[in-house]
Structure formats: structure tokens, C-alpha cells
Design a protein around this ligand. Structure first.
Ligand SMILES: [Zn+2]
Ligand SMILES: [Zn+2]
Length: 395
């Protein structure tokens, strides 16, 4: 029985297995580091684990990824995680999103979680996750690996640093460009990745989950790595130490937690035009618009063969797309707001690829208000239950 499985943990002085069973972690990235983080969360019996990753398992992952087997090669990583999680600990509920985290994660999902664990390998994804977690007001434990070094950092803005605070001038220049031009192309960020080892991944992954456990029981002891600090590991010389992360007072993207408006209620299955009408009434402004958390790809034009197509799907904006006929890179037609004038505004957020609990901004009458796209009401009129600890913290 499950009671026996956790018996040795229950003897730990500050341990509360019911607290762990009720906890919800979001894990972004299921590579070498994500595998170690997931393994530990599963062994500890975290109740709900949301995993987001777009990639498929490759043979090269098998040397560093404890959850994957040769038979998983070619399968989506999240499918392999579901299989492995069922074998390792069927008590845990695994919720997977096989998508770019920018498209797959609504801020409201992070808002419902106890902690977000970043297991990513590039700047663009880290910036996006940091913005979402900061807006949602949830602790982000961000891990990173090099060949023999690793680090974890704890972020909970607006107090203390955010991920963008620590970026270099070059990184910030790229970000400025990115935010002023949706067509900005992401730099080729170590497409093949830097070499990493299972030992460094295991060290950093374990420390990340240790901090997540401490955060969960923070009413009973201090954090050993304070928020706004970094724990660094150097396995070439077997040293580890902590440093404070400086706040950048000129940080261009420093996030602030948002509390979404309670009314008017709209669901992800409602039509955009109806959601817009509700907000135009609420803001008493017939010209109000909806600002989207990520762009919609209306369509594309191929410069090679002239082919065009309509799409109407949420899109990260900086991901290149190729023509299905001639393989040339196509020109993307992206928009980031809804004004009710387009035919596709009669589609719903879900039909246009937005995830559940996305946070959208209504702008009109000189004010901006963020609201959440609720789950559609079920046949009995009740909204579908959110994952994890529903209703905690009064949300
Ligand atoms: Zn910042
Ligand atoms: Zn073409």
C-alpha cells in the first residue's frame, strides 16, 4: 500500500507526506536535468506534476536521462515520461504538454502550482518561463548545466532579481529586438547542445528538488538557498558555493505578479468576439481590444513559390516555418491583439491554440485588466476542476 512506500520519509522530522501528495510542480524541459528532477519528484510522491517539452527522445539522450529506455527513441519525451512515471510511482498524477512552453503553458496553470522547475537549455525559453512564473507569482527554481558545472537559481519577483536581470548586454539587445519586432529570429542557440554528464545533471536536479521540498514546508524552516540566490556546483574541482544574484534596476522585463479580474468570466471555448463584447461593456469602451499573451499566426506567404496559406494558431512568433511545397522559409503574418474585425475572431481561444488558463489583457477606457480564460462549464454547469490544490491561497 502507499503507506509503506513513504514510511522511511515519514520519519523525517519536518516531513509531511500529505503536503507532498497535495503539491503541484511544473517541470519545463524533460532533458537530462528534467529527468533527474522528475525522478526525484516521483520518488517523493508529488501529487501532480505537469511536464512541458516539445522534443522526441534521441539515442544520445540515453546516456543522461534516467527515465528513458531504448524503446522510447523516436517517441515524444512527454510520452516516455508518462510511461516511466507509471512504472516509478503510479501515485503521482502526470499532466503532459507536448509543445513549446510559450504556447503550451497558460500563466493560470503556473498560478495554480506550488513551484516551477526550469530544466531548459536556452535563453529564449528561460526568459519566457521567467515572465510567466513572475506574472503568476510562483517560485521559479531555474537549473542549468555545463559539462562539469551546474547551478540553480531561485526567483520570485518583483522582490529580488528575475532571470532577465542577470542577462548580459548582448542578450538584452537581442531581447529588445525581439520585443519590438515579432519577426525577430532567435539566434541558433547551441542547436546540438553542450556536452553534459549524468553526474552533473543528478547533482543539480537533486538540489533543485531539495529546494522545492524546502519551499513546500517553508512555514517550518528557512530556505537553505534564499530567494534571489544562486547555488553553483563545480564538479571539475568538487566545490559548491552560493552567491546573491544582483537586481538590475534597469531590467526591461522585470515581472510583477498579477491578480486576474474575477469578472466578467469567459471560457477558452467562448468565441473571441463574445469575450471582446463582454470586456467592451465592462470597460465602457466600444473600441477596447484584447491583447494576447502570444501572437496568432494568421497565415504565411512563401517567397520561393508564392504559395499562401491561412493558419490562425497561437505561435511563438520567432520560430521559423517552412513551405510544405518548396521548403523555403515562409514570411509569417502575426498579430497580437483582437479587435473583433477579423473573420477568425469568431473562433475560440482553444480553437486558435491557446492553452487552458491563459491570461489575456483587456485594454480600453485608459486601463488594462488581465483576465483568465476559464475551463468551460461541464454538462452540470460546474467548471472542470483545476489540477493540484484547487482553491489554495484563496484563488
Ligand atoms: Zn529583472
Ligand atoms: Zn514555397
Amino acid at each position: 500500500m502507499t503507506g509503506d512506500r513513504y514510511a522511511r520519509l515519514a520519519d523525517i522530522e519536518w516531513w509531511d507526506q500529505d503536503e507532498v501528495r497535495g503539491a503541484h510542480a511544473v517541470v519545463a524541459g524533460a532533458g537530462a536535468l528534467g529527468n533527474e528532477v522528475l525522478k526525484n519528484l516521483l520518488l517523493l510522491g508529488w501529487g501532480t506534476i505537469t511536464v512541458v517539452d516539445l522534443d522526441r527522445v534521441e539515442a544520445g539522450n540515453l546516456s543522461r536521462s534516467v527515465l528513458y529506455r531504448p524503446s522510447d527513441v523516436g517517441a515524444p519525451k512527454v510520452d516516455a515520461v508518462v510511461r516511466a512515471a507509471g512504472e516509478l510511482n503510479p501515485d503521482c498524477r502526470i499532466d503532459v504538454i507536448a509543445d513549446d512552453l510559450r504556447v503550451g503553458l497558460g500563466a493560470g496553470l503556473l498560478h495554480r502550482a506550488d513551484v516551477v522547475l526550469g530544466c531548459l537549455d536556452n535563453v529564449t525559453a528561460r526568459v519566457a518561463l521567467g515572465q510567466l512564473a513572475g506574472q503568476a507569482g510562483v517560485l521559479l527554481i531555474d537549473g542549468g548545466l555545463t559539462t562539469w558545472e551546474g547551478a540553480l537559481r531561485l526567483y520570485l519577483p518583483p522582490d529580488g532579481p528575475c532571470y532577465v536581470c542577470g542577462l548580459t548586454d548582448d542578450d538584452l539587445r537581442d531581447l529588445t529586438l525581439r520585443h519590438s519586432c515579432l519577426a525577430y529570429r532567435v539566434r541558433a542557440e547551441s542547436a546540438r547542445g553542450i556536452p553534459t554528464t549524468p553526474t552533473v545533471a543528478a547533482t543539480v536536479g537533486a538540489a533543485m528538488v531539495q529546494q522545492a521540498m524546502r519551499w513546500l514546508s517553508r512555514d517550518r524552516h528557512d530556505m537553505t538557498v534564499p530567494i534571489g540566490h544562486e547555488l553553483r556546483f563545480d564538479l571539475a574541482y568538487d566545490r559548491f558555493w552560493q552567491v546573491g544574484i544582483p537586481v538590475n534596476p534597469d531590467c526591461p522585463l522585470h515581472p510583477t505578479p498579477v491578480l486576474p479580474a474575477a469578472t466578467p468570466v469567459s471560457s477558452g471555448a467562448d468565441r473571441w468576439v463574445d469575450i471582446l463584447d463582454r470586456w467592451r461593456a465592462a470597460l465602457a469602451d466600444g473600441e477596447a481590444v484584447l491583447r494576447l499573451p502570444l501572437p496568432v499566426l494568421r497565415g504565411w506567404t512563401c517567397p520561393g513559390c508564392g504559395r499562401q496559406d491561412a493558419v490562425h494558431r497561437a505561435h511563438p512568433g520567432d520560430r521559423p516555418e517552412r513551405c510544405p511545397a518548396c521548403a523555403a522559409e515562409v514570411a509569417l503574418d502575426l498579430v497580437d491583439q483582437i479587435d473583433g474585425t477579423q473573420q477568425w475572431h469568431r473562433l475560440s481561444p482553444y480553437a486558435t491554440g491557446f492553452p487552458r488558463w491563459s491570461w489575456v489583457e483587456a485594454y480600453g477606457g485608459g486601463e488594462a485588466r488581465v483576465f483568465e480564460l476559464a475551463e468551460p462549464a461541464g454538462p452540470d454547469g460546474a467548471a472542470a476542476a483545476p489540477p493540484g490544490r484547487a482553491g489554495k491561497d484563496g484563488d
